[in-house]
Design a protein around this ligand. Structure first.
Ligand code: FES
Ligand code: FES
Length: 184
């Protein structure tokens, strides 16, 4: 059975290794922040960090994720205080929110490599589709998040804390934690 690290927890998925990582995260691990959009690699709603790189989880199998470090939007920041999350809220760059988790992941990956991206660099690194059309605000928000990352600015706005990644994963039969007392 595939073993990988999800949001800093070593886990074993009791699933077919050819299962797309997206299905495993949503249906088995109950990490539903990662969205099921197109399912064919076009929209970016399913993006997660895999060893720090923003990848479309609908295109990766559990077997391909074996041994790697996966971070979903639930694990990016325990208190929703990642600069990208704060800046998206502060710039009101969220409408229905469906695309937001994937965008947060793509932007966080970009800022980890380049904390002062140009508009062109943002558009190249964050190709996610948004049916609500938040694109202009998105560029402003990611550049603002970059300033926060570079400690040129602070933002106090943040979404209210919700369910933690640990809580979301605890009661899921298909997801066995390797090293916690919550394993079943
Ligand atoms: S659901 Fe994966 S790219 Fe759209
Ligand atoms: S905010 Fe609705 S899809 Fe982007």
């Amino acid at each position: 059975m595939p073993r990988l690290t999800v949001n800093d927890r070593p886990v074993e998925f009791r699933m077919d290794p050819q299962t797309p990582l997206l299905w495993a995260l949503r249906d088995a691990a109950n990490l539903t922040g990662t969205k099921y959009g197109c399912g064919i690699g076009d929209c970016g709603a399913c993006m997660v960090l895999v060893d720090g790189e923003a990848l479309r989880s609908c295109l990766i199998t559990l077997a391909e994720a074996e041994g790697r470090f996966v971070t979903t939007v639930e694990g990016l920041s325990r208190d929703r205080s990642h600069p990208v999350q704060q800046a998206l809220v502060a710039e009101q760059a969220i409408q229905c929110g469906f695309c937001t988790p994937g965008i947060v992941i793509a932007a966080a990956s970009l800022l980890s490599r380049n904390a002062d991206p140009s508009e062109a660099e943002i558009k190249a690194a964050v190709p996610n589709l948004c049916r609500c059309g938040v694109y202009p605000r998105l560029v402003r928000a990611i550049q603002r998040a970059g300033r926060v990352t570079r400690r040129l600015e602070t933002i106090s706005a943040a979404p209210a804390p919700g369910i933690t990644a640990e809580d979301a994963a605890q009661s899921v039969p298909a997801m066995k934690a390797v090293d916690t007392p919550h394993a079943d």
